[in-house]
Write a protein that binds this ligand. Structure first.
Ligand SMILES: Nc1ncnc2c1ncn2[C@@H]1O[C@H](COP(=O)(O)OP(=O)(O)OP(=O)(O)O)[C@@H](O)[C@H]1O
Length: 377
């Protein structure tokens, strides 16, 4: 198990990680998520003794990494796939690492096989693609057959087949009872890989919970409704009834309606009342990606703006301005697609985990601007 308590790291006046407390349990894949610059790599480096915490502690199996007996046999990590001598072949790179850690040389061929690099084992790694480099980094992490594994963005540069392979590998390693801690930006990937999530923003803990609970607590449910095709009047009648009853209705390109703010039985009742037949009425949840975006929106360090093009003339427009997602509701259609979020719609629902607030413990480090739920609106 990995255990962090009050973990803090400052670089000069920059606080990269602030007061992080969490546990990473064995037998599970724990996803470590956060926007760019959130502090994921810094945290992983502190776990591995590569950075010294400014405050707090982090241990693996009760020991700080540097105190761990025979650490390379207990902990394997992929931090930076480029951290290798490009002039060496994949095999000799791994052989060097094995020798340094007292690992038998035959293990090198085993891990090359596991990551699918046997055929290029004699080639210099500087000619490797990003994906091959990632595979070599994963091979190095597996060398000591460790019980604890840390992977920083392991699917970076991998093609879909490679991504699936990493996913299966992580699941298999956790299934063998190992502790697997993996950072990623890809929520969709984590949804399929992780059992548990630790989410940070601006170095602070924002969520620590099972994937399923994360989705349930952070996603706004919605109903998808379909009225008989070609019966526009029926559809308009239903939209009016739903919006008058407090629902928000969005037309989807496939002809269905996305309804929020009303329970399914209520939608059914209203449809019955206005005599509209339904071809579909189904419950849905926002994806993990949507929940994550909403949670971390206020803690993003890097934001893009629309390209103003310095007054340059834009490319020619299609004659009718291109496709715009229609907005259904009473009144004239609004420009720009979806209407603005309503109060309580798109914001974290009641009961959602409250992100780490202002510090309670006096501290030398300057906390980063605390995340405020209103930032996400
Ligand atoms: N050695 C360093 N010196 C100064 N600042 C640093 C150092 N290492 C990290 N930082 C800063 O700390 C913050 C956290 O960086 P970190 O790399 O841990 O984030 P991350 O979540 O891993 O980001 P990414 O997903 O983009 O890799 C960033 O603002 C970064 O610029």
């Amino acid at each position: 198990m990995i255990e962090a308590t009050g973990l803090t790291k400052s670089f000069g006046s920059k606080t990269a990680v602030y007061n992080l407390t969490f546990r990473v349990q064995p037998g599970k894949v724990t996803g470590f998520l956060g926007p760019n610059g959130a502090g994921k790599s810094t945290t992983m480096r502190m776990i591995l003794g590569l950075d010294t915490p400014s405050n707090g502690t982090v241990t693996i199996g009760g020991y700080q990494y540097r105190q761990l007996p025979n650490a390379p046999r207990q902990v394997g990590a992929l931090l930076d796939a480029n951290a290798k001598h490009g002039g060496r072949s994949a095999r000799s790179h791994l052989l060097c690492l094995a020798q340094l850690s007292g690992i038998p040389a035959r293990r090198v061929d085993e891990v090359l096989d596991v990551v699918g690099l046997t055929q290029v084992a004699g080639k210099r790694s500087k000619g490797f693609s990003l994906g091959m480099g990632q595979r070599l980094g994963i091979a190095a992490a597996l060398l000591g057959d460790p019980q604890v594994l840390l992977f920083d963005e392991p699917v970076n540069g991998l093609d879909p087949e490679g991504i699936r392979w990493v996913r299966e590998l992580m699941r298999r390693l956790a299934g063998e009872g190992r502790t697997v801690f993996v950072s990623s930006h890809l929520m969709s990937e984590m949804a399929q890989t992780a059992d548990h999530l630790i989410v940070i923003g601006r170095g602070q803990l924002m969520a620590d919970l099972p994937v399923r609970a994360f989705i349930e607590q952070n996603s706004t449910g919605f109903a998808r409704v379909r009225t008989p095709d070609g019966e526009e009047e029926q559809r308009e009648t239903l939209v009016r009834a739903l919006t008058e009853d407090g629902g928000q209705v969005l037309a989807e390109p496939e002809g269905t309606l996305k309804v929020t703010g009303l329970e399914l039985p209520r939608i059914s009742e209203l449809a019955h009342r206005v005599d509209v037949r339904l071809w579909e009425l189904s419950p849905h949840h926002a994806s993990l990606e949507e929940a994550y975006m909403r949670m971390t929106q206020g803690a993003v360090d890097f934001r893009s703006t629309a390209d103003q093009r310095a007054g340059l003339q834009g490319p020619p427009q299609p004659p009718y301005g291109g496709y715009q997602e229609p907005v259904v509701g009473i009144g004239p259609p609004q420009p720009g697609g979806y209407p603005p979020p309503q109060p309580g719609w798109g914001a974290p629902p009641p009961g959602a985990p409250v992100p780490a607030g202002p510090p309670v413990v006096p501290h030398q480090a300057t906390p980063p601007a605390p995340y405020r739920p209103e930032d996400a609106r």
